[in-house]
Write a protein that binds this ligand. Structure first.
Ligand SMILES: Nc1ncnc2c1ncn2[C@@H]1O[C@H](COP(=O)(O)OP(=O)(O)OP(=O)(O)O)[C@@H](O)[C@H]1O
Ligand SMILES: [Mg+2]
Length: 182
């Protein structure tokens, strides 16, 4: 227990327990379903999914290829709308993408005409651009690329780096946004 927790406990136990409950259900998927419209008709990709993730919890989804892992992650990222059910992050309904939820995409999704640094900077500018100077934004992007061991490749374009390096740029991009969920 941290000092902050002890103070909150002593001063206002109700507030503290409410915060604990929020942390324990930080990400909540309730009865979520996704049906894709295809040429062959409706395709049910997900049905009745329930999942709760606590703040700080590390969760792995395991399943065979095509079972719906990416579809579920896309729901949480707000990139795909659910056909049924609902999703909450910090008690707020997920209605679209947000800077508090970052995704490292399966197919790296880097812009081919931009360098590694520019690809990361793009996301950093989106989140911090309104309140920070260009030099600070660039420092954030460089630090994230350094964290994944890519300081030597900041000026390379995606087609000039390996598959694993592309994935690491994606990880740097997600971490650089300082999201609550990744
Ligand atoms: N936009 C779409 N339109 C139609 N069907 C889709 C669409 N996206 C995904 N699907 C189908 O939904 C199912 C789940 O796909 P998803 O990409 O979530 O699988 P996955 O578990 O991530 O697989 P993998 O391990 O291969 O990445 C698959 O059968 C896929 O063909
Ligand atoms: Mg997938």
């Amino acid at each position: 227990m941290t000092v902050t927790d002890m103070t909150a406990d002593t001063l206002n136990p109700r507030t503290n327990s409410a915060l604990d409950a929020l942390d324990a259900h930080y990400l909540k998927v309730h009865q979520a379903g996704v049906v894709f419209d295809t040429k062959q008709g409706p395709f049910v990709a997900l049905r009745d999914i329930d999942l709760t993730v606590a703040k700080g919890e590390f969760v792995t989804l395991i399943g065979h290829s095509g079972c719906g892992k990416s579809t579920l992650l896309n729901l949480m990222a707000g990139l795909t709308p659910s056909t049924s059910g609902n999703l909450l992050c910090a008690n707020r309904e997920i209605r679209g993408p947000g800077p508090e939820r970052a995704v490292v995409f399966q197919n790296h999704s880097l812009l081919p005409w931009m360098s590694c640094l520019q690809n990361v900077l793009l996301a950093v500018e989106r989140v911090f651009g309104a309140k920070e100077r260009k030099s600070k934004l660039e420092a954030r992007a460089r630090a994230a690329l350094d964290l994944v061991g890519l300081s030597h490749a900041v000026d390379k374009r995606p087609q000039e780096i390996s598959g694993g390096m592309k994935q690491r740029v994606g990880i740097a991009r997600a971490l650089a946004m300082e999201p609550q969920c990744c």
